[in-house]
Design a protein. Structure first.
Lengths: 88, 153
């Protein structure tokens, strides 16, 4: 899975907001709030196609957390992005 | 995802969006730049502020206040040449900052304030130029159409 090219994130204060750009911005008016972890995963998915396992490994390399927590965070964020139609 | 802009403003206190259209060019470009809109609350808007308002037909507009008259804001886009009288009840938020080429610009920044004053100062010149261009285009179209519809000799 990967972030569709018509989406980007913008840091506003301490929050990251994902918004649509290009043609998609005509119809997609929602904004998706992301925390530091969400923004980290977003940036990885914006660069290349990754699986949930690969994202979990990346999260474990970045933060001092156990695999179960990392996998749960990845699942939660991937579900939120999927629900908003951001992933391809 | 189905929440409209007012609902998102109420819930978060701000709204981030990519701008659509050329009416605020050169400051904001179609589907490229982003604005951060804050809820209006008790804030009194003033000349040169950028309100986000919703017309009765449901369309959202983000243009600039160029004056106040009879309790209404007089509003015009930076790249438009027609004024609109907007009652305060239409206004749902105002732009606090915007992002152009990824760079943050505050509406209280020096560079921004210089742009606004210069752009408004140049309005008569810009309007005359655009008016002249439209006039020439109209004359050209008329002549061209007449030439095409004239029967051949």
């Amino acid at each position: 899975m990967q972030i569709k090219p018509d989406f980007t994130i913008q840091k506003v204060g301490s929050t990251y907001i994902a918004v649509a750009v290009g043609e998609t911005s005509k119809t997609f008016h929602a904004m998706i709030k992301l925390n530091e972890t969400g923004a980290f995963l977003w940036n990885l998915l914006a660069e290349r196609d990754l699986t949930e396992d690969e994202l979990t490994d990346a999260l474990l390399g970045e933060y001092e957390i156990d695999r179960e927590t990392a996998a749960r965070d990845v699942k939660r964020i991937v579900e939120a992005l999927t629900a908003n139609g951001v992933l391809q | 995802m189905s929440r409209n802009i007012e609902e998102q403003l109420d819930a978060e206190g701000f709204y981030v969006s990519t701008t659509v259209g050329w009416s605020m060019f050169p400051m904001l470009r179609n589907r490229r730049d982003r604005v951060v809109v804050r809820t209006i609350g008790e804030r009194q808007l003033k000349k040169y502020d950028l309100p986000l308002y919703r017309r009765p037909d449901g369309k959202y507009i983000l243009h600039r206040i160029i004056g106040v008259k009879d309790g209404c804001y007089i509003i015009r886009g930076d790249n438009t040449y027609r004024k609109e009288h907007v009652p305060p009840t239409w206004i749902i938020g105002y732009v606090e900052e915007f992002y152009r080429n990824g760079k943050r610009h505050s509406v209280s920044g020096k560079g921004y304030r210089f742009y606004v004053r210069l752009w408004q100062f140049l309005y008569p010149l810009r309007a005359a130029f655009v008016g002249g261009k439209r006039l020439c285009a109209g004359v050209f179209r008329k002549l061209f159409r007449r030439k095409q519809t004239t029967p051949s000799d």
